[in-house]
Design a protein around this ligand. Structure first.
Ligand code: ZN
Length: 238
C-alpha cells in the first residue's frame, strides 16, 4: 500500500510503529511495559558481546599495532552474526529508520565502558562520516547517533564535522582490504578541526569488519593533527 492511499489513522499508526515499535527490534517478540521501549530485557541482557573491552590488548589494538598507527585504546561491543537476531539489530538500526536504537545501543555499550574505566581520558567523540547523499536517503548517519549515545553517558562533546566523505561509494560488504582502504581514503579532514588539536579523540564507527575505515581515518586525523591522541570504538563487529 502506498502512503498516499492510506487513511490518516493508518498513517499515524504506521508512523507510531516506526517511532514507538511494539515489537522488540531484536527478537521481534511483543514488548511489555517493564521492557525498554525498543528492546526487550531479554535481548539487552543477551547481546553477544565481544568482551574486547575487558582486555588492554585485543584484536583492534593488535590491528593498529600491525599497521603502525598509534592508538591509545580500541574495542568493539557486540558480535554481529548473520541469521541471528543481532542481524535484526543492525538492519533495524541502518535500514529501517530506527536511529533511537543506535543511540540506545551506544548508551548500553558506554555504561559498560565507563564501568571498566575504558576511554577515561578521551576529550572529544568523532564519528566516522557518511556521504551527504547517503545521509539524505537514510535520514541519519548511524555512527553519529551511536556517538550521541556514548556522549550522553560519557559526558563528552561530539564533533560531527571533523571529517567529510566526498565520494558516495557503494556498500563495502564485498570489498577486500585494499578496496576498503581506497574507499576510506575518500574521507577528508575538515578545515574546522582547530578545537580538536592536542586532544584525545574517540573515533566512532557503527560496524568493524576489517578495520580499514578506522585505520585510514586515524591516520588522516593524526596527519592533520599530529599532537592528537586517538582511541577507536565500533559498536558491532562482523
Ligand atoms: Zn527481544
Amino acid at each position: 500500500m502506498k502512503i498516499f492511499d492510506m487513511k490518516l489513522p493508518t498513517i499515524i499508526d504506521t508512523l507510531n510503529q516506526i517511532i514507538f515499535p511494539e515489537s522488540c527490534l531484536g527478537c521481534g517478540k511483543r514488548l511489555h511495559t517493564a521492557d525498554d521501549d525498543l528492546l526487550c530485557s531479554n535481548c539487552i541482557t543477551q547481546i553477544p558481546t565481544t568482551g574486547h573491552y575487558n582486555y588492554d590488548t585485543n584484536e583492534i589494538t593488535d590491528l593498529f599495532a600491525d599497521n603502525n598507527v598509534p592508538l591509545e585504546y580500541g574495542c568493539t561491543f557486540f558480535n554481529f552474526r548473520k541469521q541471528d537476531w543481532t542481524q535484526n539489530l543492525l538492519h533495524n538500526m541502518k535500514y529501517f529508520n530506527h536511529p533511537r536504537l543506535a543511540k540506545e545501543l551506544g548508551k548500553v555499550a558506554a555504561r559498560e565502558l565507563v564501568r571498566l574505566g575504558r576511554y577515561s581520558g578521551t576529550e572529544w567523540i568523532v564519528p566516522v562520516p557518511m556521504h551527504d547523499e547517503k545521509v539524505g536517503m537514510r535520514g541519519f548517519n548511524q555512527a553519529e547517533i551511536i556517538a550521541e549515545g556514548l556522549s550522553e553517558v560519557m559526558n563528552l562533546p561530539v564533533c560531527k564535522d571533523a571529517m567529510t566523505k566526498t565520494v558516495n561509494s557503494t556498500t563495502q560488504a564485498f570489498m577486500q582490504w585494499d578496496e576498503r582502504v581506497e574507499n576510506a581514503s575518500k574521507i577528508f579532514i575538515s578545515r574546522r578541526v582547530g578545537e580538536l588539536c592536542g586532544h584525545h579523540l574517540l573515533l566512532v564507527d557503527d560496524v568493524f569488519t576489517t578495520g580499514s575505515t578506522l585505520i585510514v581515518c586515524s591516520r588522516k586525523l593524526l596527519e592533520a593533527m599530529p599532537d592528537c591522541r586517538i582511541s577507536v570504538f565500533a559498536l558491532a563487529k562482523t
